[in-house]
Design a protein around this ligand. Structure first.
Ligand SMILES: [Zn+2]
Length: 458
């Protein structure tokens, strides 16, 4: 990546500079300008860059050669919004089935070293995607942009509680590091960091946080919810904490409110995926999510494949502008989001008002229709001492209800809970109750989903 000012295959943003530091500064400078461009100009640049990736895919990726050829697209064709919508969608299933056929036979050497990225897949359907050093460079630039937007003080301590392999940061001590990590330290030194595995008991996590007294806490929303409940019960705060940074799951309005109430700080959320990198950052002014338009082109589509208008919720279809190793073009992520409106901050990057969640978190009724489940949790504790719940839909008419309770429930309590749940879900499902001591188990990647539809999709 040393060509001065240009890199074959990259029209935008420009990769300039000899050192990584110079390249990152050049990218940040371009981000600061592009994020205030008129929307039309931004989209024009996105399509110009995506056309290069699509052409590369048509020429060197067997999967796309076949598929885009059948759709009438030829390498080198210009890309318009309409032309883009004619290209077939790429599903998670396609990625799994295509295997090596989705990988470029001629990854441009100027894109740098190639690395495999295997997603953990909360539903046990991992996908394998190859990325290059260029993707990693843009990932780092977006990390730095996130810090800048939120005016984070890099001299403070960062404490992170995340899913880690056993032995990496075990309780009760976890591990410490001199800095926040390669991306955050790329432009200068940071304060220290401390890392603890998510498997630690919540009381152990809380004691560890009090000991480290971090300026920033990074964790998953579901783990934050458990920590907030603990701190609220204990009547404690974390003096010195400036903000909680969340990743990996959707953040509810209730969680934001609880965080402000219990810890006196806000949540700064990031929407990303392992395959695509950063997708959107929460705006420091409005709380909406701004799309990282210099690296991904995001479409929000309704059931008929038409673009959703502001205020409408649809499925996310995302194209990676630069991945020349495993091109991801019109990748249907199975997440849903609400299209946002113009932002008070003055940034013109496209907005998402809300990340609604994943298709697998929707309940499916026997007639095939799907909706976001309401389960009536606010009423559970009027009936029985339920601490935590999770529901897994096993069949069109049956749902397993997993409960972590202070004690086993009686038949009357179960029947009353069942009535609340069936009413809230809007269908007389058969409910199978299962009881757990302590915390409910998480997926191997550390994520916790309150409602999972486990009926195989497509
Ligand atoms: Zn904004």
């Amino acid at each position: 990546m040393s060509a001065p000012g240009t890199l074959a295959g990259v029209a935008w943003p420009r990769i300039a500079g000899q050192t990584r530091r110079e390249q990152l500064l050049a990218l940040l400078q371009q981000f600061a300008e592009a994020e205030r461009w008129p929307a039309g100009l931004l989209q024009q640049h996105q399509l110009r860059q995506l056309a290069l990736t699509v052409a590369h895919a048509c020429r060197t990726v067997p999967f796309y050669q076949q598929r885009f050829g059948a759709a009438g697209y030829r390498a080198g064709d210009a890309l318009t919004p309409e032309r883009l919508r004619d290209l077939p969608l790429l599903t998670r299933r396609d990625i799994q089935d295509a295997g090596a056929a989705l990988r470029s036979s001629a990854i441009p050497p100027q894109f740098g070293a190639v690395h495999e990225n295997r997603t953990s897949g909360a539903t046990g359907q991992p996908v394998q995607v190859t990325r290059t050093a260029l993707d990693a460079l843009i990932w780092q630039a977006n990390t730095l942009r996130d810090h800048r937007w939120h005016r984070r003080d890099p001299s403070l301590k960062l404490a992170a509680i995340r899913a880690l392999p056993p032995g990496d940061a075990d309780p009760p001590l976890g591990v410490t590091a001199a800095g926040w990590g390669a991306a955050s330290e790329a432009l200068g030194p940071t304060g220290p960091a401390a890392l603890l595995t998510l498997n630690a008991d919540v009381a152990v996590q809380a004691a560890w946080l009090r000991r480290h007294a971090p300026g920033y806490l990074l964790t998953y929303p579901s783990n934050l919810a458990a920590l907030l409940a603990h701190f609220a019960r204990a009547g404690e705060r974390l003096p010195g904490l400036r903000a909680v940074l969340t990743v990996g799951e959707t953040v509810s309005a209730a969680l934001r409110a609880a965080c402000g109430e219990t810890l006196g700080v806000g949540i700064e959320d990031v929407y990303s995926s392992q395959e695509l990198g950063y997708i959107a950052l929460q705006c420091p002014v409005s709380g909406q999510y701004h799309v990282m338009a210099e690296s991904v082109l995001v479409e929000v589509l309704d059931a008929e494949g038409r673009p959703c208008a502001p205020g409408e919720t649809g499925r996310l279809v995302i194209s990676s502008l630069h991945n020349h190793a495993t091109p991801l073009i019109r990748y249907e992520l199975r997440d849903h989001a609400e299209v946002g409106g113009p932002c008070a901050c003055g940034r013109t990057l496209p907005t998402l008002a809300r990340i609604a969640g994943r298709s697998r978190n929707m309940v499916r009724l026997p007639d095939g229709s799907m909706h976001w489940p309401m389960v009536g949790f606010h009423r559970f504790r009027e009936i029985a001492p339920v601490r935590q719940y999770q529901m897994v839909q096993r069949a069109p008419d049956a749902i397993e209800v997993r409960l972590a309770c202070d004690r086993a429930l009686g038949a009357v309590e179960e029947a009353q809970l069942g009535e609340v749940i069936r009413n809230a879900l809007g269908h007389p499902f058969r409910l199978d109750f299962a009881y757990f001591e302590g915390e409910l188990p998480r997926a191997p990647n550390g994520k916790f989903e309150e409602f999972v539809c486990a009926i195989p999709a497509d």
